[in-house]
Design a protein around this ligand. Structure first.
Ligand SMILES: NC(=O)c1ccc[n+]([C@@H]2O[C@H](COP(=O)([O-])OP(=O)(O)OC[C@H]3O[C@@H](n4cnc5c(N)ncnc54)[C@H](OP(=O)(O)O)[C@@H]3O)[C@@H](O)[C@H]2O)c1
Length: 324
């Protein structure tokens, strides 16, 4: 038996219960991993609330962690006991001390990367990679708008985009978060709780608008984000921290020949090669000093409810990690 967080019904953070679970032995193609650190992601909140449907109820939350291989299934090659691996994807049930995983879903963690950093980085970093390099390819001549610029994904987006040479405009809710976003490479920071971000973006871009908006806030920012775009701009709506955006009529795009996409990391890491290449680029950027991972908050795994409450109440910045 190992300890895990379990959810028996959808609801607030209080539905996250600390319980014993049986995990068994790895079968063919599987490995057992003892978690060293578990990444907290906003998607964990959507699953807990029932906005996204978990595969079953009760379920173990969590989509990301880093740990050490403690057993390998019969006949498995290429993976051995003692390997440090990380994983990020679908409903993996990572809020647990130890778990069984398909071996082809984990990536090796370079010795230079601390397990806590890996757990706080893999999902958010791979998201940053596909958003900046594949969904829309950011180049030095681009001006980009990043909402929630001091958040887990936002912090990495700003750092990487600055390194690519783009002009980065970030939005945040507080002065403290504004200071962090500046340090992370934002050329302009807008406190969107106090200022009209559309008016400020218009001013900053002298009326021309931005090439791309990376919008993870959703409901509260979506319409304004469309207004901020230049002709033929890209609206990348990749999250809904404030709620799902209202339906968009095609006429909202035809007004400026805009592009709109609602991408998911899981569709950009479909094959094993895509997964390894994406993770490899993220780890390489940490080694190169392009990404400085902010593990700003750690909680014992047993206190996952407090961590959820802080994340959804906008009290966190950078990454949040749960320690088993
Ligand atoms: N599509 C994908 O593949 C993918 C992958 C990873 C993450 N995501 C999305 O990316 C977003 C960021 O994820 P994360 O884990 O790094 O979280 P996060 O950005 O660290 O936390 C969410 C942030 O959103 C902002 N926010 C604005 N309005 C909010 C509201 N009403 N309630 C709560 N937060 C609000 C807050 O920043 P301020 O206080 O500065 O406003 C808050 O800190 C999430 O929407 C997530 O679903 C999508």
């Amino acid at each position: 038996m190992v300890k895990a967080i379990r959810v028996h019904e959808h609801g607030g953070p209080e539905v996250l219960k600390w319980e014993d679970v049986e995990i068994g032995e790895p079968k063919e193609g599987e490995i057992r991993v003892q978690n060293k650190a578990i990444g907290l992601n906003f998607i964990d909140v959507y699953f807990r609330k029932g906005v996204y449907k978990p595969p079953s109820i009760p379920y173990t939350p969590g989509v990301e962690a880093c740990g050490v291989v403690t057993a390998v299934g019969p006949g498995l090659t290429g993976r051995k006991v003692g390997d440090v691996v990380a994983f990020a994807g679908g409903s993996m049930g990572s809020y647990v001390e130890e778990l069984i995983l398909p071996a082809n879903k984990v990536v090796p963690v370079p010795p230079s990367i601390d397990p806590t950093v890996a757990a706080s980085l893999l999902l958010k970093g791979m998201t940053t990679q596909f958003l900046l390099r594949r969904c829309f390819k950011v180049e030095p001549e681009h001006t980009i708008l990043v909402h929630a610029a001091a958040g887990g994904v936002g912090s990495l987006l700003c750092q990487w985009a600055k390194a690519l040479g783009a002009t980065v405009i970030g939005t945040v809710s507080t002065k403290e978060k504004a200071a962090q976003a500046k340090e992370d490479g934002c050329h302009h920071v807008i406190i969107y709780k106090e200022e009209d971000f559309v008016a400020r973006v218009t001013e900053i871009t002298s009326g021309s608008g931005v090439d791309v908006v990376y919008d993870s806030v959703g409901k509260d920012t979506f319409q304004g984000s469309l207004t901020c775009l230049k002709v033929r701009g890209y609206m990348v709506s990749f999250g809904q921290s404030s709620g799902a955006p209202d339906p968009v009529p095609l006429s909202a795009l035809s007004a400026k020949s805009l592009f709109l996409t609602r991408p998911s990391l899981f569709h950009y890491t479909v094959t094993r090669d895509e997964l390894l290449e994406t993770a490899g680029e993220v780890f390489a950027n940490v080694d190169a000093g392009i990404l400085r991972v902010r593990v700003n908050h750690t909680y014992p795994l047993s206190q996952a409810a407090l961590a959820h409450s802080d994340l959804e109440n906008r009290k966190t910045s950078g990454s949040v990690v749960l320690i088993p």
